[in-house]
Every structure is written in structure tokens, then in C-alpha cells.
Write a protein that binds this ligand. Structure first.
Ligand code: SOE
Length: 395
């Protein structure tokens, strides 16, 4: 057997923890076609990144990502930094011949995403693979929902409702972490969680979002400066700074088949912690998913006899459901973190088989174009904005 694929992860915040769980669990639970080693984790603060390495099981830590991607013993670079460094690191890693996984959204701007997609296409010609971390595609119920739609169980998709609702910014004391600063995050709720529901809509329907009309808004315009910590768990310091991203985004999308989608991405849905929901309505049935009940789907079959129609709960935990064969007996539930293992399974399988994994950087670019179009629509009184050069959603 050839030597293991050795992984370097750049970044060590919340997504660093989730990706570490994925790299650790996937090889233990799935029969991967190649073995994997968690070689090195990289961050600017030497002490903090050494502690993360110890806690999450990385063999080494380092403080200079450029030195790490120049190493011959590294095969995969996993990027979990804020969006402002995705393009630079990903393009450098691809040029250095490393396979790349990058956390969503692909980038902060369309121009960066285009450069990344170009670099990925050039690298693919040299056998180098790249993937964007839209992990919710890999929740078994979501993958199964996509399969059912592809099998035609809802007939023609006529309407979609997609929402991602959080409430962590209702607290005006939450400090000005990088997710609230345009120069680091690109956008706010729109790019952070709206990106997930745009990708999910394109993934499950097999359609692309071709035009959007919507509004973004910032509800709390100033917040305490960040003291210690980062990401979602920082603490406040003295003084205030301006929030430069949106707190919520409401928009309508038109799919390539003409169907309309209502999108809502918000960090101000009081009481909703991490509530992603999607409902796809077709002429023969409907399917609905709710992340807060992630082991199941709701299915409505319009072709069932009159008087016996109604939404049915399908528990997506059987061995024949996507990814489930490697886990527990039916009914023994999975959680949020399992999607990160499934992401590793699909990436490592693609690398071993010499195929391009999904979601590709081109698919990440297609989401980025939608995000950009929503911002432009909002700037122009919610006018419809067409998305140029849409890239087909993958299977
Ligand atoms: C924060 O809003 C966040 O961590 C997102 O960045 C993730 O993509 C999502 O999985 C959970 O919420």
C-alpha cells in the first residue's frame, strides 16, 4: 500500500474543531481507499495552536502556512481560516501540488472565487483535487432528499422554501469578532449561513439559481470590540466598533427551471439556534428537512390515495441510507459532526480514485455569484439581478 495521505490544516477555530473530528473519525469508521494522517495544524499563535494540536490529535503544530505547504510530506491542505485568506492559501497550495479542502463560503468576493476556480481547474488537469466544505450536503437525510428528488418522487419542482435561522446576535453584547467585519468575512449572515441554503437548494434540486431579488440589513450597527477569544466565543473589551456586514438577508431566487425559492438567512431569529430548514414542493409530492431533527425527512406523496395523503416522517438511519452503513444500527442517531466525517470520506475517495470531488470550486463560485447578486439587488431597491455564467449544480 502507498504511504498515507498526510493532512495539514490551516486554522484552528470552531471549524478547526469540526474538521479535526472529521479527519479523526472517518478513517476509524469507514473503509477508506487510502489511509490518512493528521500531520500538522497551523495557526499564528504558537502556544494556542500547539494546545489545539494536542487536544484534537494532530502530530505537530506550526505557525507559518507557507512553510507547511512547501513541505514534500504534505498531500492535503484543509483551510479553515476566515474567508479573507482562503484565496491566497488555496491557490498557493494547489500550485504546490496539494489537494485542497476549503471551508465555505469559497471566498469573500467573486473575483477571488473566480481565481480559485481557475486554479482548481488547472490543478485538476495535473491530478490535484479540490473541494468546498458545504458539509450539510453530507447529512444523510439531505443526501437522501437529493436522491429522492433525482428519482422523481416529487415530480417537477415548482417551489422551494429555504431558511437558515440563528439568534446569537440578538445579544447586543456579542463582540465584534471577524464574522462581523467585511474585510475578514466578506458578508454576514448572507455569506456565512445563506451560502449553505443556496448550495443546498442547488444541490437537492439539481437546478441553478439564475436570478435573485432581495434585501440585506444590519440591525445592530455597533458592537463592543473583541477582547479575548475569537469566532463565536469571544469576549468583549472596552470600546465599540462598527459592524460592517449584514445581520440578515431575505431574498427570492429564480431557478433554471423557472421555480421560485424564498431564502432567509438571519442571525436575529430569536430562539432559533441553528435552524436550517428546506422544503421542496413538486407537482407529485413534497420533501422537507429540518436540521434540528436531522435524522429524518418529511415526505408528502400526492399520488397516494385520496384520504390517505399526509406528510410522513422517514427516519434516515437505515444501513442503505447514504453514509449510514458505516455507523450504528437503525435508529441510533447521528449528529452535526458526522457530516464532517462524510466530507473526509468523499474527498479521500475522490483523491484515491482520481476523480474531482463535489462541491467543486466551480460550484463554490456559483454560490459566490448568488451572494454577490443579492448584495447588488439590495443596493438597487431589491431589483432582480441575473447571475452571470451560472455553473451547473453537481450530482
Ligand atoms: C456560524 O454561523 C456557523 O458556525 C457557520 O459558520 C457554519 O457554517 C454552520 O455550520 C454553523 O454556524
Amino acid at each position: 500500500m502507498s504511504r498515507p495521505l498526510r493532512v495539514a490544516m490551516i486554522g484552528y477555530g470552531f471549524m478547526g474543531a469540526t474538521h479535526s473530528v472529521g479527519w479523526r473519525q472517518a478513517p476509524r469508521m469507514f473503509d477508506l481507499p487510502a489511509s490518512v494522517e493528521m500531520a500538522v495544524i497551523v495557526g499564528r499563535n504558537g502556544d494556542a495552536v500547539a494546545e489545539a494540536a494536542e487536544k484534537w490529535g494532530w502530530a505537530e503544530s506550526a505557525t507559518d502556512w507557507r512553510e507547511v505547504i512547501a513541505r514534500d510530506d504534505i498531500d492535503i491542505v484543509d483551510i479553515v481560516t476566515p474567508g479573507d485568506s482562503h484565496a491566497e492559501i488555496a491557490i498557493a497550495a494547489l500550485e504546490a501540488g496539494k489537494h485542497v479542502l476549503v471551508e465555505k463560503p469559497l471566498a469573500n468576493t467573486v473575483a477571488e472565487a473566480e481565481a480559485m476556480a481557475d486554479a482548481a481547474a488547472a490543478a485538476s488537469a495535473r491530478g490535484i483535487r479540490s473541494m468546498v466544505g458545504f458539509t450539510y450536503r453530507r447529512v444523510p437525510a439531505v443526501t437522501f432528499l437529493r436522491d429522492l428528488i433525482a428519482d422523481g418522487v416529487v415530480g417537477t419542482v415548482q417551489q422551494v422554501r429555504a431558511a437558515y435561522r440563528q439568534d446569537w446576535l440578538v445579544d447586543t453584547g456579542v463582540p465584534l469578532a471577524w464574522r462581523l467585519q467585511k474585510e475578514h468575512a466578506g458578508s454576514g449572515a448572507l455569506g456565512d449561513i445563506g451560502a449553505h441554503i443556496i448550495d443546498m437548494t442547488q444541490f437537492v434540486t439539481g437546478q441553478t439559481v439564475e436570478a435573485v431579488a432581495g434585501t440585506i440589513a444590519t440591525i445592530v450597527k455597533e458592537r463592543p470590540l473583541l477582547g479575548s477569544g475569537s469566532g463565536l466565543s469571544g469576549t468583549a473589551a472596552e470600546g465599540f466598533g462598527e459592524v460592517t456586514v449584514d445581520d440578515l438577508a431575505l431574498f427570492t431566487g429564480r431557478l433554471s427551471n423557472g421555480a421560485l425559492v424564498s431564502f432567509e438567512a438571519t442571525r436575529f431569529a430569536t430562539g432559533r439556534k441553528n435552524a436550517l430548514t428546506i422544503e421542496v414542493s413538486g407537482d407529485e409530492g413534497a420533501l422537507a428537512f429540518d436540521l434540528e431533527d436531522l435524522n429524518s425527512l418529511q415526505f408528502y406523496d400526492r399520488t397516494a390515495p385520496d384520504g390517505r395523503q399526509g406528510f410522513t416522517k422517514i427516519l434516515v438511519t437505515e444501513a442503505q441510507h447514504p453514509y449510514l452503513g458505516a455507523w450504528w444500527p437503525a435508529g441510533h442517531m447521528l449528529g452535526y459532526e458526522h457530516g464532517f466525517s462524510h466530507q473526509v470520506v468523499d474527498l479521500v475517495t475522490a483523491i484515491a480514485e482520481g476523480t474531482d470531488p463535489h462541491p467543486s470550486f466551480a460550484e463554490g463560485l456559483s454560490v459566490q455569484r448568488v451572494l454577490d447578486a443579492v448584495e447588488r439587488s439590495s443596493e438597487h431597491d431589491s431589483a432582480w439581478v441575473r447571475i452571470a455564467a451560472g455553473v451547473p449544480a453537481s450530482v
